[in-house]
Design a protein around this ligand. Structure first.
Ligand code: MN
Ligand code: MN
Length: 470
């Protein structure tokens, strides 16, 4: 061996010993584990297709939980180790818990994800007719780039509550035989003025009107006959009148199903990965967690995309009250439990996009296929609005991941001062809980067709499960 090669070899040894080993998971994983990831994502795609809204996600989660022995939580009961309970908050958020063998006094382990995604909500009075067409007025929900929501098929999901309390569940546009709806856009031929506007201005919020029909009711006495025909169809289908729409929550979302993306099928493209990708993985983790040492909790929350306000969002006290109710029969205060609790705020992060490298700082951004992302802090403008996890807790979590060969990476949401964002981490940390963000990197986040890597999804599931079991 020449002197030069010997030096290189020593450098190599030192490199391996001292430097971060940042490898594509497709290289470091065994074939078997990649197959497991693919298989896991087949089930995830089914979940994406049947749970496009917070209400549908709650229904699906509860159905799956019941099949695994979870029962509805009763605050008057004292639960024993191994007992599985769920708390349904208004059909729009749900908490699942398994009592640990250890005393609840030692704290609980929480995985918190959200099940609401950006979309177009119908206004309370949505239906109108213009120029022989019937349309719905919308008010968009969450952070969207409005131009992305035009000229694509939309389905309609939600509930209409009649005056007598009857709940009508709506889901149109998902079945292959269903009609779909859409927001129209201007043809390029006549878009000279529109094209000069900025992306932010070209499509106005008030222009996100959904086309829902164009044939009139055959009667000459009424002026708005297309509108009348639509409400007539709705009346025949659901027994509703126009006024009933005032007491409804109807959400328009992309009508297509989740699909494999890429010749290698390595990714999943779908509406609403943010944050059903972490909701599904956190749900599966608790469903697969048998007899944990600590009490474990998965919470699937609503309203994250609009700031977590309201009684189904995580600024509300229902998580705090649930823990207190769980602990009370043991003579333990809720605050004592919370102060010793740990939480993975299970939410997505931005994946590096080679087409838009300028917004990311490559050393501290997440990459597709490099595993689940651990985000110490989110926020913007000098870490405003973040809980910023303690180094001690980050070390604790990353230790669990390393020990169990869960592939993980670090990620920051874009360059400093490029923008930013937040998660539910700070609201849970404000309850005196140790919290760090752990989730899946996403491309085209908040668009109608978001992308994730199957390996990263599987690593998120494994991360939540190993955290629960540790
Ligand atoms: Mn999110
Ligand atoms: Mn989001």
């Amino acid at each position: 061996m020449s002197e030069q090669n010997k030096t290189k070899s020593e450098a190599k040894i030192l490199e391996e010993k001292l430097l971060i080993d940042h490898k594509h998971a497709g290289v470091s994983l065994e074939d078997k584990e990649i197959q497991d990831a693919d298989q896991f994502c087949d089930a995830y795609k089914s979940f994406l297709d049947i749970a496009k809204t917070e209400r549908e996600a709650v229904d699906t989660a509860i159905e799956r939980a019941k099949a695994k022995g979870f029962v509805e939580f009763d605050y008057r009961k004292k639960y024993a180790a191994g007992d599985k309970v769920f708390y349904n908050n208004r059909g729009k958020a749900v908490i699942l818990a398994i009592l640990g063998t250890e005393s609840i006094e030692n704290g609980v382990k929480i995985a918190a994800a959200h099940i609401d995604s950006p979309r177009l909500d119908l206004k309370p009075r949505p239906l109108y007719e213009d120029s022989g067409m019937a349309l719905f007025k919308t008010h968009y929900y969450g952070g969207i780039k409005k131009y992305q929501w035009t000229a694509m098929p939309l389905s309609l999901h939600g509930v209409i509550i009649k005056q007598d309390g009857t709940k009508i569940t709506v889901c149109i546009g998902e079945d292959d035989n269903d009609p779909v709806f859409c927001v129209t856009d201007l043809l390029p031929h006549l878009a000279t003025d529109q094209m000069k506007q900025t992306l932010a201005d070209a499509i106005k919020g008030e222009n996100l009107n959904i086309l829902i029909g164009s044939r009139p009711f055959k009667d000459d006495e009424k002026s708005c006959k297309v509108k009348l025909n639509i409400i007539h169809i709705l009346n025949q289908k659901y027994g509703i009148i126009e006024k009933d729409l005032l007491c409804a929550e109807l959400e328009a979302v992309p009508a297509y199903k989740a699909k494999d993306v890429g010749f290698d099928r390595s990714m999943v493209g779908a509406y609403g990965h943010d944050d059903r990708v972490c909701a599904y993985t956190a749900l599966e983790a608790i469903l697969d967690c048998e007899a944990p040492r600590s009490t474990v909790v998965t919470i699937l929350a609503d309203k994250e995309e609009t700031g977590s306000d309201g009684n189904t969002g995580l600024k509300c006290s229902y998580l705090k009250y649930f823990i207190a109710d769980l602990a009370k029969p043991f003579g333990v205060e809720g605050r004592t439990v919370l102060s010793k609790s740990q939480c993975l705020s299970a939410d997505v992060n931005a994946a590096f996009d080679p087409t838009y490298p300028e917004v990311s700082e490559k050393m501290n951004t997440a990459f597709l296929n490099y595993g689940v992302t651990v985000t110490k802090y989110t926020g913007s403008r000098g870490k405003a609005g973040t809980s910023d996890a303690s180094a001690e807790f980050v070390a604790n979590v990353c230790g669990i991941l390393d020990k169990n060969k869960v592939i993980w990476q670090t990620g920051e949401l874009g360059k400093v001062d490029q923008g930013g964002g937040g998660t539910v981490a700070s609201y849970i940390a404000n309850l005196n809980v140790d919290v760090v963000d752990v989730g899946v990197p996403v491309l085209s986040m908040h668009s109608p067709f978001e992308l994730v890597s199957k390996i990263d999804v599987y690593m998120a599931y494994r991360a939540f499960l190993e955290f629960f079991k540790a």
